[in-house]
Design a protein around this ligand. Structure first.
Ligand code: GDP
Length: 537
């Protein structure tokens, strides 16, 4: 973010934006994301008692059970975005669904943040799901802070772990703290920045760091006396590291090439404070955003925002949908008129909500970096850009080509209108991808993960009163097609009526059973581009 000259005092808007830190917390299931999230909220004072985030925990493990997914969806409303104040900063924390079948949704959440906090289980190292998410962060150059959790367990040797994370993620880690011992003999962490040791004490109940003993000076002889071999080993490792790892370079961190590394134990409230401090000190305030037409600076006075997530029927009594909007520039104020640039429609939402400490609250004012929720009945779709009038279209919201397909059949043919309506809405929400064959016939559903199919059947029944059945589909690959020459694209579509379908926003996709079919076609029509990812435009 820049002001014209260093001497110009920042405007109130610039000051507010400079204070924002918007980040996602990512991990493989069970690494401790829920626990850490809760502790971050506790430490920032956003919640008073532990347990409120854990409500989700119960459903987390039953990932193959769609009833549980449903429950989880219900209670994740308030907790998928959490805002808290810490120090002088306003932190927006975005949760990412843990199960890999929802990774598509997660990818889109990652487009709405300026940094990510990665939680790694010290016993398991980098796991598959983390790796997938990290790839998305890397592709977007999102800065990442790494928290190695569960040091109170018998875990991997820290040096080996550091090496493993660096190798797998392809970026260098810069230890900010370093563990002394582990498991039963976990003694605490050396704080390398402040030349002191924070002594570990088990216990989830102690709040803040009032209970943590801090010994100043890592060369203080008392440490070697008290912690003997564990301290000696850690000191030796630290010496090695001092020589082998570069100091933290802010530029390298901000471009995702270096990640500051912290060790701790979330369940014991240990190491959480350092992570919060790092978020405030190191993570960047909201940056510029790319639209088709131009680059938008966060400090531009006019409000703009982008819908990165839509969640339907969160309150069964109202059957509403909430569009989650990342404010990209300016300030949102209640009662504002907004233009949906996809179709030029104007809306004037009255009940826009923010997500303060897990409650939905009416928002009066939100600035770039904040997330607001706009209840609506389908006016807003994933990827929509909202402005005060300018025709802007933000880019970069990804949709991935599904990896499995089903055709959908009705048990009661008289409900076909409801089926179409339900699938249209679920498709717009991004819960599933819906393809309508140009030649007519059954609708096809495409998913990244198997579980999405179960969730959709369940929701069709529960929310739209439609009993549907899913049958095997002859296609296994879909590629969106584009061509610089509209006429050529049309000709290709006309020549392939049985293998082309439109997705929920009307984008044409070419569908085949085998990759060899795809290759042959690509060679035959070199002017047509085949895409495995579609960016919302
Ligand atoms: P998530 O699936 O990533 O959200 O993981 P959770 O936060 O639900 O944690 C998974 C399990 O690990 C739970 O049983 C937690 O109590 C436990 N856990 C979390 N942090 C720690 C820790 O620092 N040490 C130990 N020993 N267990 C932890």
């Amino acid at each position: 973010m820049s002001t014209d000259t260093p001497d110009t005092p920042p405007s109130p808007l610039e000051r507010d934006i400079q204070r924002r830190r918007t980040f996602a917390i990512i991990s493989h299931p069970d690494a401790g994301k829920t626990t850490l999230t809760e502790k971050l909220l506790l430490f920032s004072g956003a919640i008073q008692i532990a347990g409120s985030v854990k409500a989700r925990k119960a459903s987390r493990h039953a990932t193959s059970d769609w009833m549980e997914i449903e429950k989880q969806r219900g209670i994740s409303v308030a907790s998928s975005v959490m805002q808290m104040e810490y120090g002088d900063c306003v932190i927006n924390l975005l949760d990412t669904p843990g199960h890999q079948d929802f990774s598509e949704d997660t990818y889109r959440v990652l487009t709405a943040v300026d940094a990510a906090l990665m939680v790694v289980d010290a016993a398991n190292g980098v796991e598959e799901q983390t790796l997938r998410l990290l790839k998305v962060c890397r592709a977007r150059n999102t800065p990442i802070i790494t928290f190695v959790n569960k040091m109170d367990r018998e875990v991997k040797e820290p040096l080996a772990l550091l090496d493993e994370i660096e190798q797998t993620l392809g970026m260098s880690l810069v230890p900010m703290t370093w563990p002394v011992g582990m498991g039963k003999s976990f003694r605490g962490v050396m704080d390398l920045q402040h030349d002191r040791m924070r002594v570990f004490k088990a216990g989830a109940d102690k709040m803040e760091n009032a209970g943590d003993e801090v010994v100043d000076g890592l060369s203080n002889p008392i440490l070697a006396e008290r912690y003997g071999l564990d301290f000696q080993n850690a000191s030796g490792e630290m010496e090695l590291l001092r020589e082998a790892t570069p100091a933290l370079d802010r530029e390298a961190f901000l471009s995702g090439r270096q990640s500051p590394l912290f060790f701790g134990s979330a369940v014991n409230n240990f190491g959480v404070q350092e992570v919060l401090d790092a978020l405030v000190a190191l993570a960047p305030p909201p940056g510029e955003r790319q639209a088709q037409e131009r680059t938008v600076q966060p400090t531009e006075p006019k409000f703009t925002g982008v819908v990165f997530k839509v969640q339907a029927n969160m309150d069964p009594a109202h059957r509403d949908r909430i569009a989650f909007v990342r404010v990209s520039s300016g300030r949102f104020q209640r009662g504002m008129r907004l233009k949906v640039t996809r179709n030029g429609k104007e809306i004037r939402p009255q009940t826009v909500v923010s997500f303060l400490s897990q409650r939905r609250e009416l928002v009066d004012d939100a600035v770039a970096g904040d997330i607001i929720g706009i209840p609506n009945h389908g006016v807003l779709q994933l990827g929509d850009t909202l402005t005060e009038g300018e025709m802007l279209h933000y880019t970069g919201l990804p949709f991935f080509a599904p990896e499995s397909f089903r055709t959908v059949e009705l048990r009661d043919p008289l409900r076909s209108k409801q089926l179409r309506q339900g699938l249209q809405q679920l498709g717009e929400e991004g819960a599933i991808q819906v393809f309508t064959p140009v030649a007519g016939g059954s609708l096809m559903l495409g998913a990244i993960g198997q579980l999405q199919f179960e969730v959709v059947l369940h929701r069709l029944k529960g929310e739209y009163g439609v009993e549907a059945r899913l049958d095997p589909c002859r296609f296994s690959i879909a590629r969106w097609i584009t061509c610089a020459d509209e006429a050529k694209l049309k000709k290709f579509i006309d020549s392939e009526p049985l293998r082309i379908a439109h997705d929920v926003v009307g984008a044409p996709a070419f569908m085949v059973q085998y990759s060899s079919d795809l290759r042959v076609t690509q060679e035959r029509v070199p002017d047509i581009q085949f895409h495995s990812m579609r960016e919302h435009s």
